[in-house]
Design a protein around this ligand. Structure first.
Ligand code: PMM
Length: 280
């Protein structure tokens, strides 16, 4: 399904419609850090995704491999078998909004695109699989490039930066140029600072605070901080009780100019954005 044209126009200012878009998370993994085990079967994942659409998600992000700290990789066939039936079922039920597939593997991405996905959300910024840039170029899909230090297995081993915002912005700018050189259209590229991926809480917070420096690259910025431990550390709340923290963080991101907010609960965020839009 092609991306709606208005979504290919980069945001000009924080909260300028149609931005920020709300991306609802559907984890089809037995071990995801926040809702693991609850949507690990196709029917449950589809039901969950339909609820997110009803709650006002603009995009659904379907993932079949956990990226939580310490997680091990999943073989491509297992990952494909998790995500493809969910995407196909959503399309069969007439869900028309854009769907992204959260994967670093070109084979999984290709199968997901065949099943009706529109966007590849690659937490390795299309570095882990050398076939990913050419695939996305050929298929003319959206491509999210996320910054991560190391791999989910080792990324939290003493991450250190001199100027985290400058380093992440420069990395993402170079990755965007690389995939564009491989044939991906510039307007199909979104960037993501990778909140929680190889960063200490102070790094994560600096990246949100200084999000305008990421937006200055000219690429729409996606921000995913929903339920992450840096938020829980602030209030002492466990992962299943961080909705207020997530909402507050997402609103700060929106005010700083995030174009896409990746969240577990789109409904409350949409209500909060309506208020922020009226008075920001
Ligand atoms: N976070 C997770 C997974 N995929 N993708 C992008 N683009 N950005 C993120 O911040 C991100 C992601 C981990 O969170 P989850 O287990 O709740 O999906």
């Amino acid at each position: 399904m092609p991306l709606p044209r208005t979504w290919l126009i980069p945001p000009v200012a924080p909260l300028a419609p149609p931005w920020p878009l709300v991306m609802g998370i559907v984890n089809v993994t037995p071990d995801s850090f926040s809702d693991g085990g609850r949507h690990d079967h196709t029917d449950a994942a589809v039901a969950h995704a339909l609820r997110l659409v009803e709650d006002g998600a603009d995009i659904l992000d379907i993932g079949g491999e956990s990226t939580r700290p310490g997680a091990l990789p999943v073989p491509a066939d297992v990952e494909t078998a998790r995500v493809v039936p969910v995407i196909a079922a959503l399309r069969a039920r007439g869900v028309g909004i854009p769907v992204s597939v959260d994967t670093t593997k070109a084979a999984v991405a290709a199968a997901a695109l065949d099943a009706g996905a529109d966007i590849v959300n690659d937490v390795s910024a299309a570095t882990r699989d050398p076939d990913m840039p050419a695939l996305c170029a050929r298929r003319r899909c959206g491509l999210v490039l996320m910054h991560m230090r190391g791999t989910p297995r080792d990324m939290q081993n003493a991450p250190a930066y001199t100027d985290v915002v400058a380093e992440v912005a420069e990395y993402l700018r170079r990755r965007a140029e690389a995939v564009i050189a491989a044939g991906v259209a510039r307007e199909h590229v979104w960037i993501d600072p990778g909140f929680g991926f190889g960063k200490l809480p102070a790094h994560n917070f600096a990246l949100v605070r200084e999000l305008p420096r990421l937006a200055a690259t000219g690429y729409p910025v996606l921000l995913g901080l929903s339920r992450k431990s840096s938020l829980g550390n602030l209030t002492g709340r466990p992962v299943n009780d961080r909705e207020v923290e997530s909402l507050a963080g997402a609103l700060v991101g929106a005010l700083k100019g995030a174009a896409v907010l990746r969240v577990h609960e789109p409904g409350p965020l949409r209500r909060a954005l309506a208020v922020a839009r009226a008075m920001a």
